[in-house]
Design a protein around this ligand. Structure first.
Ligand code: 164
Ligand code: MG
Length: 368
């Protein structure tokens, strides 16, 4: 393929339910959608998952636009690209900025899948026909409300419930929830809200038979996590700390985690995500696919990735209706009884709905 045109659109979509974590609350999802066209006229779509503010990683919507406009799109336009893996080589002179890289790389995978007449999942080597789905629930204002949202998610059939925790909203909350839901697979995500000084609190979480505790310590740490993992029974899952295959290797070799959450945007694209998946499979480390409150376009990429064999734990890929009144793809993503069917159609398997995309677009620019 030879890329001839890239359009960036900035979309703003109201979240049905505000999402609260240890950093604060998000009411709207603002993100970039990339429409990439090659010389044969094949169009691929990608999504930049960076938020407006740098609270999850350092990237933001504006930094990703800047990286795309000034560095990444010029590297891609008019280049002969045999396979989306080539993007790793093309981008190797640019450090990090993984969400920006991933947005455009995802669109190349979509084009590649269409031109090789495969679904995106097949193009990646994914064989599953359906995937198990979990749900990530934000911190609620009261414990009663927290019980209610967990109850609704259990009734909706989600295969595991992820709960956000922070100092002051942890052991007692989990105790109440475990009492109400003795058999529900549950886990906790702290988004780096603790340090090793909190080890006594973190040890108490062992009581609740959690599947894992996600990113309890600093967002760039693997050393302290290794210390903590030796002292708690619950497996640690790393999210923010893993930006590449090299990070995964070091974390596994140090014993910093028992599970890895792979987010395509955080690791710089599907090619790197696959490498981490393959390495973890070889090392006996289970992985699952994290979410970034994506629209249907990013969600479609996540579903395809989850079709790979070592995604053995339910991911944060809930159905579209959990997030938005109206998604920007047709059909929208439906989770039924905790499963999503992996589309078999060529490409991402859902059709981006340009009219709805237009409705949510607040700015756009085309590069050729
Ligand atoms: O439903 C989803 O898309 C998952 C949402 C979710 O848990 C997260 C999204 C973005 C940043 C974080 O707060 C968090 C995570 O850390 O996994
Ligand atoms: Mg997380």
């Amino acid at each position: 393929m030879k890329i001839k045109e890239v359009t960036i659109r900035h979309l703003k979509m109201q979240l049905k339910n505000p999402f609260s974590t240890s950093f604060g609350t998000i009411y709207n999802k603002e993100f970039l959608v990339l429409e990439v066209r090659d010389e044969q006229g094949t169009i691929g779509f990608g999504e930049s998952v960076a938020f407006e503010a740098p609270w999850y990683t350092e990237e933001t919507l504006k930094t990703t636009w800047h990286m795309l406009e000034d560095f990444l799109i010029p590297l891609i336009l008019n280049q002969e690209i045999q396979h989306p893996n080539d993007a790793l080589e093309l981008f190797k002179g640019i450090r990090k900025n993984n969400m920006a890289k991933s947005a455009i790389e995802g669109a190349l995978w979509d084009i590649y899948a269409q031109q090789s007449n495969q679904s995106l999942a097949q193009a990646m080597g994914g064989m599953k026909e359906k995937i198990e789905v979990g749900i990530s629930l934000g911190i609620q204002e009261t414990i009663e409300k927290q019980i209610e949202v967990v109850d609704n998610a259990v009734k909706d059939g989600y295969k595991r419930i992820k709960l956000k925790i922070k100092p002051g909203w942890d052991v007692e909350v989990m105790r109440v929830l475990r009492k109400h839901f003795p058999d529900v697979p549950m886990m906790a995500d702290a988004n780096s809200a603790y340090t090793l000084k909190d080890i006594q609190t973190l040890k108490q979480l062992d009581e609740f038979n959690l599947m894992m505790i996600e990113q309890p310590l600093a967002s760039d740490d693997i050393i302290d996590h290794a210390v903590l993992q030796k002292q708690i029974k619950t497996p640690i899952c790393l999210d923010e700390s893993i930006l590449s295959l090299e990070d995964a290797r070091k974390a596994v070799e140090l014993g910093s985690c028992g599970v890895i959450n792979i987010k395509i945007g955080r690791v710089g694209g599907i090619s790197e995500a696959k490498k981490i998946h393959d390495y973890c499979e070889k090392m006996g480390i289970p992985v699952w696919c994290g979410g970034m409150l994506e629209s249907g376009i990013g969600r479609a990429h996540n579903i395809a990735l989850t079709a790979l064999s070592n995604f053995v734990m339910p991911g944060d890929t809930a159905g579209s209706s959990h997030y938005f009144e109206q998604d920007i793809i047709t059909p929208e993503v439906i989770a039924q009884d905790g499963y999503i069917t992996v589309p078999q159609e060529v490409g991402i398997g859902y059709t981006p709905d340009l009219e709805t995309i237009g409705k949510y677009t607040v700015a756009s620019k085309t590069y050729k």
